[in-house]
Design a protein around this ligand. Sequence first.
Ligand code: APR
Length: 252
Amino acid sequence: MRDSIEHAVDLLRQADHVVVFTGAGVSKESGLPTFREAQEGLWAKYDPEELASMEGFRRDPEMVWAWYQHRRTLYGDVEPNPGHHAIVELEELVPRVVVVTQNVDDLHRRAGSTDLIELHGNIYDFKCLDEGHRLKLADLEGQAETPPRCPHCGSLVRPDVVWFGELLPAEALDRAFWESRQCDVMLVVGTSAVVQPAATLPYEAADHGASIVEVNPNPSGASHIADVLLQGPSGEVLPRVLGELRRQKGSL
Ligand code: APR
């Protein structure tokens, strides 16, 4: 691992533009289960792929709303971990850092990442079904009904996250591809890199000359194109990389 950390630091030291592409694993040390891990408690019998879909919402809007409410509570109760903080610190050491995340948990923003592309939306954003009015939690306050109704048009409100079978927000996706084609290094952190179209980003980066550094305790869909594999939890590995990068940059 020490050799590979050295190799990763070497690549990052020379980079002007880094894209950090993250998935559920980056939030693991905050205490959140990854997407593909079993759900706990009351929700254990439900398949998230069933709940996170328009069909699921149409079938039982109240239940889907309650599931998202439960997840907002879970996310609100945890804190960004040393992996999220190391990604923020990278901004001090590399001229341009863009974080592209598949997570909806808001932890990168809470940690302080300043250039964030959320490919799958954010669990604290909402939109209404009929008109697509964009709403925040504060817009829905005081409503007893679940799901609440849009204050502008009265239609049902849903979380503004990408559900199974839905397209990713075009602007976010276009920018993620553009940044991936431009970057010198892509850090692929805590993602199984199997869900399309996001899983194409590391390939796009590699095809355009970027070095790929993966941080994951397990192999992923991107491992075989990685120049460096850092096998371990991102909450431990990333602070080590940043510590070494800071030391080397400081002694330049
Ligand atoms: N540190 C880093 N990575 C970890 C850690 C950790 N401590 N623990 C687990 N992982 C890795 C796993 O090895 C796995 O590769 O995190 C990854 C989590 O994979 P998924 O649960 O598939 O999450 P993700 O890749 O984010 O899924 C992508 O799928 O269904 C959709 O919308 C959902 O955004 C999600 C998308």
